[in-house]
Design a protein around this ligand. Sequence first.
Ligand SMILES: [Zn+2]
Ligand SMILES: [Zn+2]
Length: 243
Amino acid sequence: MSRTASYYDLRDALADPGCPVCRLMARSTERYLDGLLWESVNDPGVRDKLRQAQGFCHEHAWQLNRAGASLGVAILMHDVLGSVLGAMESARFQALPAESLRRAQESLDRSQPAAATADLVARLSAKAECPACIQVGQMEEIYLSTLNEQLLGEDGLLAAYEASDGLCLPHFRQTLACLRDEAVFQALLAAQRTLWARLVEHLSEFIRKNDARFRDEPWGDESDAWLRALGALTGARLDAGRA
Ligand SMILES: [Zn+2]
Ligand SMILES: [Zn+2]
């Protein structure tokens, strides 16, 4: 079976700690943001998508706070913020008639959005998803389908998977959602159960050794189980540049 670049990426990532797909997504994000800053700041298509999205999501916006990024970020945000300001031009408070049904409903239920400001709220809402999320999401799908397709068989990823920390719960769920082969399902499920059963044992051991009666026992593999459990349930957190 011919192996794709994503197979080799996965095999390498499985040798490192934490969810391999989280790790590869962190790397994809780095590459995307670098490419954006160093090559695409003046690309009209990129600028347009960014205006539609009103910039980046919270996570990706703050990943742009990095060495050497200031000018590129300033140029991009100048454009986006200018467009946001443009959307606020000629905005007005669209007061409802005193006897209108909507006004009566709003006065009874304060959780309803105010109709008077709805037009401006809509204009200030993003029309497209964060472009970094779109790009990284495409890579995520490629890696998850590669894991499914290249798990079994000669040189398949199963052995590397069994020796790894496994997928995080969100990625495990996501890969199951596109899994249609029973043999792959059985293999992946068995591997994941073994990995998480061991993590649960490590957590028990961590808790036990925190008891004063066992304080003198040396720490083993369980010493960072609490961090691995956070990563297993929510996804690995890999700092920019160190992924
Ligand atoms: Zn993950
Ligand atoms: Zn994003």
